[in-house]
Design a protein around this ligand. Structure first.
Ligand code: SDX
Length: 431
């Protein structure tokens, strides 16, 4: 018999069932709260609200634990790769040889965009942000697919094809948006290249010669994708689930996820971290002045790449990326002053009571931009790299809703605090 939660309201006692997850997380199931009591809950920013049950990713923010389908991120980072982890997150298990070969084959088969998509790229101005282009072009790509345009929720004939199309084409669209923004000819994917190699090829090759694929660069970018692959109900994944709950098609939901991810408090933070480090570097400060500003509410400054709604400990991804930073920069013989500033900022913040009291630690975005800079990825593409990495998580959450026969449209309530009943005032009578 599960424990019950009692609620005293207006002299009455109400009971609500509780739920306990496989890792001991507990919740009060308030599905009948409004019907039983006439009350709803209010939870600004959903910090205390579970929107769903899920089997995909587990995070323990106090202990700094992150597991995809139960496997610790540290093990996956060391032993796996992005495409294998994408399969794990979407289908629930590590693929056997036949499954990964089939999945890789689908990704290769669907890496090209419809040729007419080029005209859509032509319509964007050179300065268009690649996240705006990515979101728009994911939806544009769906217009070339009959089944996506007439999406039969839960009865999709070849959902696995759409999984592969979205994962493969998001990479092609991202590369094309970069090429378009820089007035460069589009470079088509190569059949011989694996996922991450092909992305680098489409980004940096020229019609005259192929980009030199360095294993250490491929490994570092693949690790970045892997570490971003899912993160339970973050802002953008919750957006994907919100759109999916209306039974919109997979591409429409992913396109909405890109928009939510773009914000500087979320996936745009990796770009904001580099801009912050560059600003510090330009002023010749070692970061101390910036840390002081970040503590001052009136400064409008935050220590970007620090803090997290769930992690009140070091983000395990940040630990892995920080170590990879040192390795990649030494292998590529790059000495980036921004890395030294970042390390100084981290050391200063982790000793400062303001950050310690609020349990603010480096998150996934604090060091990721430095690696991407070292790989030659332009800064405006940083959130796009995050979106490519997060695509498997968005797809897995979409699939989880689509396969749940009890799923219903998400429709939160509100408490109205506006004007009470009043009447229309003709224009001539208004002040
Ligand atoms: C991602 O949710 C996910 O899972 C996201 C993500 C994923 O993989 O999907 O992990 C990816 O989005 C990582 C976060 C990237 N964003 C940033 O690095 C931006 C900087 N961080 C902050 O904006 C903030 O920490 C958030 C947005 C990440 C979390 O915000 P919360 O949970 O709403 O926390 P809060 O703003 O209520 O902060 C609590 C206190 C406040 O001070 P007080 O009012 O208590 O005095 O901490 C302060 C905040 O002012 N604070 C910071 C700070 N972050 C929080 N002060 C200075 N610098 C910061 N970075």
């Amino acid at each position: 018999m599960s424990k019950e939660a009692k609620l005293e309201l207006d002299g009455k006692t109400f009971s609500f069932p509780t739920v306990e997850g496989s890792e001991g997380e507990k919740a009060v199931d308030i599905s009948s709260l409004r019907a039983d009591t006439g009350y709803i809950t209010l939870d600004d920013g959903y910090g205390n609200t579970g929107s769903c049950v899920s089997k995909i990713t587990f995070i323990d923010g106090d202990k700094g634990i992150l597991r995809y389908r139960g496997i610790p991120i540290e093990e996956l980072a060391e032993k796996s790769n992005f495409i294998e982890v994408a399969y794990l997150i979407i289908y629930g298990n590590l693929p056997n040889r036949a499954q990964i070969e089939n999945f890789s084959g689908l990704l290769t088969e669907h890496s090209f965009l419809h040729e007419d998509m080029k005209f859509h790229f032509e319509g964007f101005p050179a300065g268009g942000h690649p996240m705006a282009i990515l979101s728009a072009m994911i939806n544009a790509a769906s217009c070339f697919d009959e089944e996506l345009m007439h999406w039969q929720w839960g009865k999709v004939k070849q959902f696995d094809v759409y999984v592969a199309k979205l994962i493969s084409q998001v990479r092609t669209i991202a590369a094309y948006s970069y090429r378009k923004a820089h007035g460069l000819p589009l470079i088509y994917p190569k059949k011989a290249y694996k996922y991450t190699e092909n992305f680098l090829h489409m980004l940096f090759s020229s019609p005259y010669e192929d980009y030199e694929i360095k294993p250490e660069v491929v490994k570092a970018l693949d690790l970045i994708f892997l570490l971003h692959a899912d993160h339970e109900q973050n802002c953008s994944t919750s957006t994907v689930r919100m759109v999916a709950s209306s039974q919109a098609n997979l591409f429409a939901s992913a396109s909405a996820g890109v928009c939510a991810l773009w914000g500087p408090l979320h996936g745009g933070a990796n770009q904001a971290v580099i801009e912050m480090l560059q600003e510090i570097h330009k002023t010749g400060d070692d970061g101390s002045k910036f840390v002081a500003a970040a503590k001052d509410k009136n400064s409008g400054k935050k220590l970007m790449g620090f803090g997290h709604r769930v992690y009140k400990n070091y983000d395990p991804r940040a630990k892995i990326i920080k170590q990879a930073c040192d390795e990649v920069l030494s292998k590529l013989q790059i000495n980036d002053p921004l890395l030294d500033i970042a390390k100084h900022l981290e050391a200063a913040a982790l000793k400062d009571s303001y950050f310690v009291e609020r349990k603010l630690y480096p998150n996934v975005d604090f060091y990721s931009g430095i690696i991407m800079r070292a790989l030659g990825i332009p800064m405006e593409m940083f959130p796009v790299i995050f979106a490519i990495g997060r695509m498997p998580g968005w797809i897995a959450n979409y699939k989880e809703i689509m396969e749940d026969p009890k799923s219903r449209i998400n429709r939160p309530r509100q408490i109205y605090i506006g004007r009470t009943l009043n009447s229309y005032v003709p224009l001539d009578d208004r002040k």
